[in-house]
Design a protein around this ligand. Structure first.
Ligand SMILES: [Zn+2]
Length: 252
């Protein structure tokens, strides 16, 4: 009897997580493409050239393309991805039985704009990290006695790999961030005053998420019940690539 209850609970939990994830993969893919449009092979070639010149390895003057200008050109694309992720979040507010609640959509302008600003920071930071990688590779290249062309080739492919990894991490993380903020705002807008924080309850759940979810941070503990607006949110109060979700607290 007890086993059956636990099993039913696990099935509901899986259903909630699946519903929360559903449709996000496509948006993630789109977001990754935007990042990769900014960090193209040409961009890395230019960046490598300019660093080689800075390091005094080549004498030709080189200028890396203005990242800001490029980023601004993609504002509309990023906004559109974020608006869709937000809408999706407002439509996917569930309760503990995995039922989607029929709720009014909140006004999102301010929150969404704040979240958008953060995106630019994240995307821009990739560039700083890549610069470091390029400098390291140049030093390696010199030790190995590589030619300029050999170095440029290695660097471009390494930087591209790094961007792909970073782009994926940013996309996965940021879309969960928008989703959970949208869900919280929707609860608030509909005067639902408390929620719980659900994890996948598997081996990959982080310590911080267990603590956000359960009173003493252990699987067997009851859920923490949070007042909407006063509790933790996935990503914002956990970590990148968080898989958690908030749902309306069960009625007493
Ligand atoms: Zn989590």
């Amino acid at each position: 009897m007890r086993d059956q209850k636990i099993k039913a609970k696990q099935i509901r939990l899986q259903k909630i997580l699946r519903k929360n994830r559903y449709g996000l993969a496509l948006l993630e893919e789109e977001y990754m493409q935007v990042i990769q449009e900014i960090y193209s092979a040409e961009y890395y070639k230019e960046l490598t050239d300019s660093i080689l010149a800075e390091e005094g390895i080549t004498t030709q003057e080189a200028f890396a393309e203005d990242l800001y200008a490029k980023l601004n050109g993609l504002i509309l694309k990023i906004s559109s991805i974020f608006e869709r992720a937000w809408d999706r979040g407002t439509e996917k507010v569930m309760d503990i039985t995995a039922a989607t609640l029929l709720l009014q959509k909140p006004q999102y302008k301010v929150t969404l704009q704040l979240l958008m600003q953060k995106q630019f920071e994240y995307i821009k930071n990739i560039s700083d990290q890549t610069r470091e990688v390029i400098r390291d590779e140049i030093k390696n290249g010199i030790i190995k006695g590589q030619t300029y062309d050999q170095m440029a080739k290695v660097i471009t492919s390494r930087a591209k790999d790094l961007t792909e990894t970073r782009a994926k991490l940013i996309a996965q993380t940021e879309l969960v961030r928008v989703t959970s903020e949208a869900q919280e705002q929707t609860l608030q807008y509909n005067n639902i005053d408390s929620y719980i924080y659900l994890t996948a309850e598997d081996k990959r759940v982080s310590k911080i998420c267990w603590k956000n979810s359960k009173t003493k941070g252990n699987k067997s503990d009851p859920y923490n019940v949070y007042k909407v607006g006063n509790g933790p949110l996935p990503v914002r109060d956990s970590h990148p690539r968080c898989r958690c979700v908030i749902v309306k607290a069960p009625d007493e």
